[in-house]
Design a protein around this ligand. Sequence first.
Ligand SMILES: Cc1ncc(COP(=O)(O)O)c(C=O)c1O
Length: 465
Amino acid sequence: MNTEGTTMLTRTVIEPFRIKSVEPIRWTTRAQREKFLRAAHYNLFLVPAKDVLIDLLTDSGTGAMSTRQWAAVMMGDESYAGSRSFDHFRASIQDIFGYQHVIPTHQGRAAERILFSVMCKKGDVVPNNTHFDTTRANIEFVGAEAVDIPIAEARQPATQHPFKGNLDVIALEELIARVGRERIPLVMLTVTNNSGGGQPVSMANARAVGAVCRKHGIPLYFDACRFAENAYFIKVREEDYASRTPKQIAQEMFALGDGCTMSAKKDGMANIGGFLCTNDAVLAGQEKELLILTEGYPTYGGLAGRDLEAIAVGVQESLEEDYLKYRIASTAYLGNHISERGVPIVQPPGGHAIYLDARAFLPQIPPDEFPGAALAAELYLEGGIRSVEIGSLMFGAAAQMELVRLAIPRRVYTQSHIDYVIEVILAVWANREQIHGMRLTFEAPFLRHFTAHLEPATCPTPALP
Ligand SMILES: Cc1ncc(COP(=O)(O)O)c(C=O)c1O
């Protein structure tokens, strides 16, 4: 279907855009990549982007902006206070999210830091389906505990479930009974659940979580980074939503909560930016005070007026049905082609990424030798593909699974790029028994995966020299 609802006769889901500006990518040899990886201490975050062929490290801030967004950039009002661009930004966000107070931030983690600094203290507990790494780190930074309570199916990569991002509502009730309502300043719900495999949360689950929160007088906040993809999954998978637009679905979901954090680098379709929303005027006042301290005045919050304009357009574009149909289909294309050939992935394919199940891919490597990091290194060596480990290196003892995420930047790569990625993964799969684990040689106290140094855990082999 196109946006007018006209039935198309073809089955191929095409990229719903033409390419107007191109950026070359660079081939390297395997010998060069071996050198680059050694120099980067086997940590792909430390590999220069110019030495990467297909960059699937993240879908965050890596998307291509539209002609409408670039046009809006030119309309940016760079006034320090009361910028017209802030009015556009706030109006567009309120149209979708519906919250009274909209606070711009330079990206999602700044919104998290401000939210948790204001709402949490030492000894508090914050439940979530699964906290993203920056969310967990910002909660722990103020001395509170981040607790993941996804449904049981979320912990089983091969299990099929239409809404594997759902939060376990019974576990939430039990947690509240065990630690006491007064120690839980807020509940978070991450849509889609990035660390849990890019899996969506159903409207029924969000409603049930909202009802528990209301019963106990606990505010519900959404981590809304991929809200548009989540809305599309609800449209195609949840009963009674087929005839609703993604925007209507998103509006209905956000009405169940009290606020949100957002990285506009994802479904904001922008290269930078974020925001924090709340319906609580007192909290908003405290949050703006902190914002002024580190981010900037509340009508720009660390962003340029042009960034605010790009986000104002981007959040609306992310909800366009043709775009979402292509986005979800192209991610599934990658996942289905490799899983058909036996490669273990988190099932079903997520919205923004495919997650390889490194534990099943490399059963010979124990968690303390980081099977995900070893697999990510091998994908780079084999084909210059950059991915990211989401497992014991990222989360330490809190890791639920050993995953390698292949995140697809928005509107950037075409089907032939993805066909190449499939070929490389299948080559690594064929050679999987030769892959060895990794040993940590340096770690920082917070978010260690960004800067960690690793080395092959066993004697150098042809696979990991
Ligand atoms: C679910 C989730 N929450 C929060 C963040 C943090 O956003 P940012 O990278 O803009 O700080 C991310 C980023 O990937 C995310 O995926």
